[in-house]
Design a protein around this ligand. Structure first.
Ligand code: ACO
Ligand code: ZN
Length: 159
């Protein structure tokens, strides 16, 4: 496979947000209303990151920051939540999702986040492998988490 040049950076415009939503529509069964995407774009732009190849968006990672009971750390902690990440099929297995995760987690650290978590379908082996490679651990199973009845793993990592 030849080398692929890509750039990872925060999302920069509402036009880019529209492109991200298009990628979500073709890559994942979980979709969200526009205001939900827009809220992340407005409030957490530094941890809403996109990957570009030849100036075209080919992947995204949309995160938010919450306060909650720690999944790994004790007590109430400031948590990064990876809400949705995807890469277009023709650009997969080139390290783009890894770069999107690393960029967002670095920015979370700057915002004094002490752990990061996400939910993933128990059948989504490629995503689970990606997260495990980054040091995430399966913390618990969320029964029937998805609309179609599938369970989720809650996975988390200390930052
Ligand atoms: N099979 C096995 N392992 C895989 C696969 C696969 N198809 N894809 C990724 N991995 C693992 C590998 O260990 C890989 O490292 P390697 O290539 O050196 O072996 C590692 O993950 C990192 O892979 P990347 O190249 O960084 O990941 P990629 O850019 O291909 O994107 C992603 C992975 C985001 C899961 C992609 O397959 C995708 O968009 N899938 C559909 C959307 C999706 O499932 N998103 C996650 C939902 S959960 C959530 O959003 C919180
Ligand atoms: Zn979530």
């Amino acid at each position: 496979m030849e080398k692929l040049d890509y750039v990872v950076r925060p999302i920069a415009s509402e036009d880019e947000l529209k492109k991200v939503i298009e990628i979500n529509m073709v890559t994942l069964p979980e979709h969200y209303p526009y205001f939900f995407w827009y809220e992340h774009y407005e409030l957490w732009r530094d941890i809403f990151v996109v990957a570009l190849v030849n100036e075209q968006i080919v992947g995204y990672n949309m995160c938010r920051i919450e306060y909650g009971i720690g999944h790994i750390r004790k007590g109430i902690v400031r948590q990064g939540h990876v809400v949705s990440i995807a890469v277009l099929p023709e650009f997969r297995r080139r390290g783009i999702a890894t770069a999107l995760m690393v960029y967002a987690m670095d920015s979370m650290k700057k915002r004094e986040v002490s752990e990061v978590y996400l939910e993933v379908r128990v059948s989504n082996e490629s995503a689970i492998r990606l997260y495990e490679k980054l040091g995430f651990k399966k913390v618990k199973i969320l029964r029937r988490y998805y609309l179609d009845g599938e369970d989720a793993y809650l996975m988390a990592k200390e930052l």
